[in-house]
Design a protein around this ligand. Structure first.
Ligand code: S3P
Length: 175
């Protein structure tokens, strides 16, 4: 039985790699944000607006435990998931955990064009976005680095790179 948790900051490539890797390995792919949105019939943004971040984190934890029971699965969790409650310990206990690491420059470039659906970023100017990423990473790294493996998430820019990253990840996990 294989159960893999992909974690890392917003824009690190969790969904991109998770989708490609699960397809190559014939595993089920679950993106925790999408799972939450389907279960609650609301976008993450709406949930943040209605319940605040604290309310979202409670619900996120509950949903993590729901998908954490799935088997033969790749689960990409939200950027904040590992940093609340005992979520990181839970994931380490339930399966392989992979911290998808990407530098601030790469994260900024990716998030600049994909911030609208992310409530924590949507209203920020470029300068605010950069500062926010740097500060958030500092706070979050101690959680992310509790993962069992670290994987470079910068090489996910086109199909060829994604394919190569899938192969590297297979090697890392001896699959
Ligand atoms: C968040 C990341 C998002 C989503 C929510 C909060 C965060 O997930 O869970 O907007 O706190 O970093 P992605 O990392 O998949 O964008």
């Amino acid at each position: 039985m294989i159960r893999i948790f992909l974690l890392g900051y917003m824009g690190a490539g969790k969904t991109t790699l998770g989708k490609a890797f699960s397809r190559a390995m014939r595993l089920t792919f679950v993106d925790l944000d999408w799972y939450i949105e389907e279960r609650y019939h609301k976008t993450v943004r709406q949930i943040f607006d209605e319940r605040g971040e604290d309310g979202f984190r409670e619900l996120e934890k509950r949903m993590l435990h729901e998908v954490g029971d799935f088997e033969d699965v790749v689960i990409s969790v939200g950027g904040g998931t590992p940093c609340f409650f005992d979520n990181m310990d839970y994931m380490n206990q339930m399966g392989e955990t992979i911290f998808l690491d990407a530098g601030v420059k790469v994260l900024f470039r990716r998030l600049k064009v994909a911030k609208q659906q992310r409530p924590l970023l949507a209203e920020k100017t470029d300068e605010e976005l950069m500062t926010f990423i740097v500060e958030a990473l500092q706070k979050r790294l101690p959680f992310y680095t509790k993962a069992k493996h670290v994987f470079n998430g910068e090489q996910l820019e086109d199909r060829h790179q994604i394919q190569q990253s899938v192969e590297r990840l297979k090697e890392l996990l001896n699959l």
